[in-house]
Ligand binder design. Structure first.
Ligand code: NAD
Ligand code: TYD
Length: 353
């Protein structure tokens, strides 16, 4: 089977490739990635030397480039991670989010529709499009309740609005053209290889550099944290055992307030580095709140558990220790993604199609 993994050089996509390329030598994996600021080829060290792996530098907003890739060889499975993914960036510049998350998804769906053509709508259609989405499409919860697959979409940010649009497009292609799709809507991920603009890697980096730890607003917003490997396993479980056309919510039942996440990170960084924890805690700084900041996300993951047999392996306590350990041992990775020199190296060595 030929598997296209869009966004495979980003945080979750690279962790997915680390697990699946080695585990499935019978499949060939192509990482389809524009290599934006959020990508890091160092995240694929160890994968890129495997014989069943290849990289195609393709911008999914470029319909001709996507079609040229499909013309070379038709994928049997597309696992679609590629997106602009940071809420704060979407507030500052929403257009890139519309382009990649909506138009890019559209061009992929069109390429799949052409490629899988006459089999679509038949009892055994060719291909599979797995769409990786977020719980943020559901908007914000109050202090009680959980997002289920039946919760109405109510996105708050340009990021979540564009992810919601892409979910609608994917579902429409299933209903209209009979495209074999599955969708996962997952809660906040954390783990190795996450770009240090997101809460957890940003706080670890700042704690190590003794820089302020910026807490948006009162810091009482709640996120349901899931270790990235658990998300990757959920995606594979849905690809293998999910019902065509179905959506599955994925989450870890690890609801935490931002202030508690930051306190835990300070404690773990202090334990691993010998720093004085009170010195790290003193770096906490409340800053202006994010506009439209969702109060709480929490996932009811009973459907994916019942239908696909998935359950998370990590608790927040175990996952956060692995995560902090990884960032401490991979400082060069963090320095590289933050440097302009690295971007120039990528651009001179990896031509776009
Ligand atoms: P990321 O920002 O770390 O990586 C995104 C990847 O997509 C990068 O490698 C980037 O180069 C690539 N990309 C961006 N624009 C592209 C384009 N036009 N063409 C081709 N490639 C492009 O994102 P992530 O955190 O790994 O998230 C992956 C997916 O999972 C996203 O769709 C996101 O919405 C979803 N998701 C993320 C989380 C989370 O907590 N990070 C939670 C739930 C769902
Ligand atoms: P983030 O990692 O950006 O994920 P998302 O917005 O998709 O949930 O942020 C997680 C939470 O942490 C969110 O409530 C915003 C908050 N936050 C801060 O308080 N300070 C920061 O510097 C960042 C990046 C996020």
């Amino acid at each position: 089977m030929l598997v296209h993994v869009t966004g495979g050089a980003g945080f979750i996509g690279s962790n997915f490739l680390h697990r699946m390329v080695a585990r499935h030598p019978e499949h060939r994996f192509v990482c389809v990635d524009k290599l934006t600021y959020a990508a890091n080829l160092a995240s694929l060290a160890g994968v890129e030397s495997l014989p069943n792996y290849a990289l195609a530098r393709v911008d999914i907003t470029d319909a001709a480039a996507v079609q040229a890739l499909f013309d070379q060889e038709t994928p049997d499975l597309v696992v679609h991670f590629a997106a602009e993914s940071h809420v704060d960036r979407s507030i500052l510049g929403p257009y890139e989010f519309v382009k990649t998350n909506v138009e890019g998804t559209f061009h992929l769906l069109e390429a799949c529709r052409r490629a899988w053509g006459s089999s679509l709508g038949q009892s055994q259609p060719r291909g599979r499009f797995h769409h990786v989405s977020t719980d943020e499409v559901y908007g914000s919860l109050g202090d009680e309740g959980f997002f289920t697959e039946a919760t109405a979409y109510d996105p708050s940010s340009p990021y979540s609005a564009t992810k919601a649009s892409s979910d609608h497009l994917v579902r429409a292609y299933a209903r209209t053209y009979g495209m074999p799709v599955t969708i996962t809507n997952c809660s906040n991920n954390y783990g190795p290889r996450q770009f240090p603009e997101k809460l957890i890697p940003l706080m670890v980096a700042h704690a190590l550099e003794r820089k302020p730890l910026p807490i948006y607003g009162n810091g009482l917003n709640v996120r349901d944290w899931l270790y990235v490997d658990d998300h990757c396993e959920a995606i594979w479980a849905v690809i293998e055992r999910g019902r065509l056309g179905a959506t599955y919510n994925v989450g870890g039942h690890n609801e935490l307030r931002n202030v508690d996440v930051i306190d835990t990170l300070c404690a773990v960084v202090a334990e691993f580095t010998g720093a004085d924890v009170s010195e790290l805690l003193a770096l906490k700084t409340h800053v202006t709140d994010r506009p439209g900041h969702d109060h709480r996300y929490a996932i009811d993951a009973s459907k994916v558990r019942a239908e696909c047999g998935w359950a998370p392996a990590e608790t927040f306590e175990t996952g956060i220790r692995k995560t902090v350990r990884w960032y401490l041992e991979n400082q060069a990775w963090v320095d590289a993604v933050r440097s302009g020199e690295y971007r120039r190296w990528i651009d001179s060595n990896y031509a776009s199609r």
